[in-house]
Design a protein around this ligand. Structure first.
Ligand code: B1H
Length: 831
């Protein structure tokens, strides 16, 4: 019977019907038309562009299912460990293009679509990206899922199915305006709702003690409210690996029976209220990258997705026919920053209160299962929850945390008797004033491994934020330098470069990027350099056209494309770049004939809606652009562009078109950065400080191929401890003074001359991020960039060498390190 599951004739494995697996052009065309007709319920003649996109997406998804079923089957294979990546954010980016690349069917689908009278690129542009993340942290989780599937490691990414992701950014009158991201408006063909996979999550209420049948004292949590989490599954295909892993996101819903109580009392509105408040939990992503906001709903979100995920793991453990006591043999749970760190207390609660386990074995399991990644040292980003807020929502967890802390501090005190300062510093509870739960401490106490995300960051972590933990548990600490997937970030976003590279050295580099080294021997070859430049110029022309369309600004693809794209933050120093632009502007105004090389400055990035200084920096960029772009003396030599709504989709357009990558954070502040890697992999040269992964990128590509400037992290510390005085740097530097004075005088804000005063006051009064101290070094370095760009061949050679030596920044390398050193998770044996 063709309509029910059919055994593949060659094996006994259960598969889907093979009419939906065909990869040749005729099969694909039929599949697409069927989805237009039967899924979209449209006649082909009536189909909209979106119908075509949806139909192609469904046809591609159908072709992922066989591998997916096999991979999901491996979740029950007791000899395989499952990596459970817990993250409040997964910034996946558009799925269609990536799935075509990873399944190896770009060209066949392109042809099928063309034969149906459509253009694949138009359809790709139709997809609204799932923006379920803020920036680097969420995008890292997405790159890691790609690598896990590519390396054939069984994995589940657990997170939240936000109804609204990161806001869409519009620029009006030079200011950022936030627009709600209604990404589900047209439906999401990639997800599969699993109403049968759902869990109850308790909130609020109180706890009670009771005696169990063995007369043991136990605790029961009587919640004030119960909500339900429903699984939404998205397949994540590896690159030509045959493995398709799982992204499982939880949507919050009301529990039906609860509605009925109110309903039966005749209170229909209260019944509906319940639905609204329950659904609020997964409604929207908090758009605050780094600084924590301490909102109750945010804690509810964290607990909600962690509880669903852990309950799901316990269900899978039972499906595997294994004991809950052997959980650590089946799962490695990675905590992506402290956002899911309530998992430590929740797993203890599930084991002790619900599985009736004793404390000690439960604690051993918890520590063996959990591992924690730290992503930031910024004090304002370290999560801590006021005790009253915490206990109101999670009363049982607070008791458990107190017990964890009591046992932990007993150990600390017996190891270092008399050192009360040490115990206070290590305590999970911050008792200095208002009391807080310190989530990084909870994560560190409850994990067998703790890691930073770049070599420098891990060292600073061990010396500062987690120093006492490092002294106590040095063996727990690891470094795993971040990486990015070369599939999305080169193959998909820069197909011309990928073709050029593969034409020279074959395609192995996509999974073995150390093979890129073979490009070194062509780096000086004129013909290869010429093709290399041609690719870059084409990418720049494509970006120039989009810039024209979105901002009205005309830029010259022959000029140096100098790009700074990332979230807007004072520590990332977008305004240092502005000081550079104004410096060049001043040189021209002082002498219109002075030689200033042609440059296009491209900025992009979102500001947290409540971060006023960041929003003012956007306004400064656009205002300086207004003046510079239209100044007759500048005569088009400098163009300043703020590219609106920087996201994954736009990143795919921007990275391949950059000549110069700006990585100019104050040393010691950027944990790693991953944009730095995407640029360099696409042939941009970097101007940067010794911060985050810049340090290692420079080491790999060679210092002669990297533009370094600025104070080191140690020098920054030293400057600050001596009492940093920004005003003296201002007064001692005439060009810098001229730049700041121009901003302060209102030259870029004619309607409101005081508009940028808060920015000027910050720089002259505090300058927390040492812009003024790094200003001159940055200008000098930029002059070296100009000189280098003048020598086209030498620049091209450096560009090629950058790409050739970036292999270690593949997320595959990072995932291999996690698998070997932290998770002890082997791949699924080969086909
Ligand atoms: C990073 C965050 C972050 N570090 C809180 N910390 C958030 C913190 O919504 N929140 O509350 C969201 C994000 N994000 C970034 O992680 C670092 O700044 C980058 O340097 C690093 O490359 C990236 C990935 O490790």
């Amino acid at each position: 019977d063709k309509l029910v599951h059919r055994g593949d004739s060659s094996s006994s494995r259960e598969t889907t019907g093979d009419i939906r697996r065909g990869m040749d052009c005729a099969d694909l065309k039929q599949a697409i038309i069927d989805h237009i007709n039967f899924t979209q319920a449209r006649l082909v003649s009536q189909a909209t562009l979106n119908d075509w996109y949806m139909a192609v997406a469904y046809a591609v998804r159908d072709r992922m299912l066989d591998d997916w079923h096999v991979s999901l089957g491996h979740l029950r294979n007791r000899s395989l460990k499952i990596v459970s990546y817990l993250s409040a954010e997964f910034l996946m980016g558009p799925h269609l293009g990536n799935n075509l690349v990873n399944l190896g069917i770009v060209e066949s689908v392109r042809r099928a679509v063309a034969e149906l009278g459509q253009n694949l690129d138009d359809l790709l542009r139709q997809e609204e990206e799932p923006g379920l993340g803020n920036g680097g942290l969420g995008r890292l989780a997405a790159c890691y899922l790609d690598s896990l599937a590519t390396l054939r490691v069984p994995a589940i990414g657990y997170g939240i199915r936000y109804e609204f992701g990161i806001f869409d950014q519009e620029i009006r009158d030079g200011w950022q305006v936030e627009i709600t991201d209604k990404w589900l408006r047209m439906g999401n063909p990639w997800e599969i709702c699993r109403p049968d996979i759902s869990y109850l999550v308790k909130l609020g209420g109180h706890t009670e003690q009771y005696s169990d049948e063995n007369d043991c004292l136990r605790v029961r949590w009587v919640p004030g409210k119960v909500i339900k989490g429903v699984a939404y599954d998205t397949p994540v295909a590896g690159y030509c690996s045959g493995v398709t892993d799982l992204l499982r996101l939880w949507k919050s819903e009301a529990v039906e029976s609860f509605n009925f109580q109110a309903f039966n009392l005749g209170d229909y509105y209260r019944a509906v209220d319940e639905k609204v408040s329950s659904e609020t939990i997964s409604k929207v992503l908090y758009p605050n990258d780094e600084p924590q906001i301490g909102k109750q709903l945010r804690l509810a979100q964290q607990y909600f997705f962690v509880s669903c995920s852990l309950q799901d793991m316990l269900r899978i453990q039972r499906l595997r026919g294994e004991n809950i006591g052997d959980l650590a043999g089946s799962f490695a749970v990675q905590l992506n920053d402290t956002h899911p760190s309530i998992a430590v207390a929740e797993l203890m609660r599930l084991l002790v209160d619900e599985q009736m386990m004793e404390w000690e074995p439960a604690w051993e399991i918890t520590c063996n299962v959990m591992a924690y990644t730290n992503h930031t040292l910024l004090p304002e980003a370290l999560e801590k929850w006021p005790l009253p807020l915490f206990s109101a929502m999670l009363p049982r967890h607070l008791e458990i945390i107190f017990e964890i802390n009591r046992r932990f501090l007993d150990q600390v005190r017996s190891a270092s008797p008399g050192d009360d300062g040490l115990a206070a510093r290590l305590s999970i509870i911050d008792e200095g004033g208002e009391r807080y739960v310190r989530m990084a401490h909870l994560a560190s106490v409850g994990s067998h491994a703790i890691n930073g995300v770049a070599a420098l960051h891990t060292e600073l972590l061990k010396e500062t934020v987690l120093k006492d933990f490092h002294d106590l548990y040095p063996e727990r600490f690891h470094n795993v330098t971040n990486g990015v997937t070369p599939r999305r970030w080169v193959l998909l976003s820069n197909p011309a470069l990928a073709r050029l590279i593969s034409g020279k050295i074959g395609e192995g580099w996509v999974t073995r990027p150390e093979e890129l080294r073979a490009l070194e021997k062509f780096a000086g070859q004129p013909a290869f350099q010429k093709s290399w430049r041609k690719v870059k110029l084409e990418n720049k022309s494509i970006l120039a056209a989009v810039i024209r369309e979105r901002t009205g600004i005309q830029v010259d693809p022959a000029s140096l494309f100098d790009v700074l794209v990332k979230r807007i933050h004072e520590y990332k120093r977008q305004h240092l770049k502005v000081l550079h632009i104004i410096t060049l502007f001043n040189r021209i105004k002082a002498d219109p004939k002075s030689e200033v090389r042609s440059r296009t400055f491209i900025f992009g990035g979102k500001a947290a809606p409540g971060y006023h200084m960041a929003k003012l920096i956007i306004k400064l960029i656009t205002s300086v652009g207004e003046v510079v772009n239209n100044d007759p003396d500048v005569a088009g030599r400098l163009k300043v562009v703020f590219f609106p709504d920087f996201n994954v989709t736009n990143g795919q357009l921007v990275y391949p078109a950059a000549d110069l990558s700006e990585q100019i954070s104050t040393a010691g502040k950027e944990a790693s950065g991953t944009g730095n890697m995407k640029f360099s992999l696409n042939g941009a040269l970097t101007i940067g400080t010794l911060d985050g992964a810049n340090v290692e990128i420079r080491q790999e590509v060679g210092e002669e191929n990297f533009f370094l400037f600025g104070h080191t992290a140690a020098e920054v510390q030293e400057l600050k401890s001596r009492g940093y005085d920004p005003r003296s740097w201002y007064e001692g530097n005439a060009p810098l003074r001229a730049v700041i004075d121009r901003i302060a005088a209102g030259d870029f804000s004619p309607g409101d001359r005081n508009l940028f005063q808060p920015l000027v006051d910050q720089l002259l009064g505090h300058d927390d991020y040492l812009l003024l101290a790094d200003y001159q070094a940055y200008m000098d370095c930029q002059d070296r960039v100009d000189a280098a760009f003048r020598d086209r061949d030498a620049w091209t050679e450096m560009s090629i060498l950058n790409v050739a030596r970036m292999g270690m920044f593949s997320s595959d390398r990072a995932i291999r390190e996690y698998c070997e050193n932290i998770w002890h998770a082997p791949p699924i044996p080969g086909d």
